[in-house]
Ligand binder design. Structure first.
Ligand SMILES: NC(=O)c1ccc[n+]([C@@H]2O[C@H](COP(=O)([O-])OP(=O)(O)OC[C@H]3O[C@@H](n4cnc5c(N)ncnc54)[C@H](OP(=O)(O)O)[C@@H]3O)[C@@H](O)[C@H]2O)c1
Length: 242
């Protein structure tokens, strides 16, 4: 298994679930010391083999060498989880084009840049599951987070097309859409009953990957919620303060 953005709280929980099953893992992330600590934890939990490498996803030239080392370490990949992302302050983005574009670069552009060669490699091996974390925020633009939502929504469309293309080669493309999850990303936000723990979200992601799903809301109850949200008429929706 390859995990991109492996220090993400949700990704760590997914990695733990796989480690308990004796998986071999390759972790990519920005901070070597954080990756080393996560790798130690996964070994204690039963992982058969764990390797790490440093990758800042904004460094597009570093993507190919990072993928090369992952494939060299593990051979064929059964599962890839792409988990990196940032949640920018919406109000600050409205006043700052650079901040807006940085959010697009991390959440959309870097993911597309990585997924393009990755998908080609999985297509050649004619197997594998490619799971990518987007967000319920990508389902419908809202005033409180439409910069983040646009990047995640764009990524969702990219994945939809990729899934359609990869179907013939036997590669599964899974779009993961978490709702509110209690992780460092949302540490400053006031919590409400819809928040799930990183552990609950991670376990749900593990089940979705193992179940061979195409699209999974995390946890499941976001599917009916977003069904309602997505079907509200625009003339009504634009008046809401969401
Ligand atoms: N928490 C939520 O409520 C929620 C809801 C929907 C979707 N999501 C999505 O879920 C995914 C995981 O997030 P999380 O909630 O687990 O939050 P998190 O713990 O803050 O994880 C975010 C991860 O993204 C990594 N990252 C950010 N910029 C990067 C870059 N340029 N290069 C490499 N890695 C980078 C961070 O690495 P560092 O450790 O180096 O900073 C961190 O590992 C993200 O895609 C997020 O957008 C989260």
């Amino acid at each position: 298994m390859l995990i991109v953005g492996a220090s993400s709280a949700m990704a760590v929980e997914v990695a733990r679930a796989y480690a308990e099953g004796g998986a071999r893992l390759f972790l990519l992330g920005r901070h070597p010391e954080r990756l080393a600590a996560i790798a130690d934890d996964l070994r204690v939990r039963g992982a058969r083999h764990v390797e790490t490498a440093v990758l800042d996803l904004l460094d597009l030239d570093a993507h190919e060498p990072a993928l090369e080392s992952a494939f060299a370490a593990l051979g064929a990949l059964d599962v890839v989880l792409v988990a990196h992302g940032i949640l920018p302050d919406q109000r600050e983005c409205e006043a700052n084009v650079a901040l807006t574009l940085n959010a697009m670069d991390v959440n959309f552009r870097s993911a597309v840049a990585l997924l393009t060669p990755l998908a080609n490699r999985l297509e050649s091996q004619r197997s594998g599951k490619l799971a990518v974390i987007t967000s319920v925020a990508g389902d419908r633009g809202r005033q409180s987070n439409y910069v983040y939502g646009a990047a995640k929504g764009g990524l969702g469309i990219f994945l939809q097309g990729l899934r359609n293309r990869m179907h013939r080669s036997g590669v599964v493309v899974l779009t993961l859409k978490p709702g509110f999850v209690d992780t460092p990303m949302t540490a400053e936000m006031p919590k409400n009953p819809l928040y799930a723990s990183a552990r609950r979200a991670g376990r749900a992601i593990h089940r979705a990957i193992e179940g061979g799903r195409d699209v999974a809301y995390i946890p499941w109850f976001w599917r009916p919620i977003m069904c309602v949200v997505n079907n509200l008429p625009e003339a009504f929706f634009k008046r809401l303060r969401l």
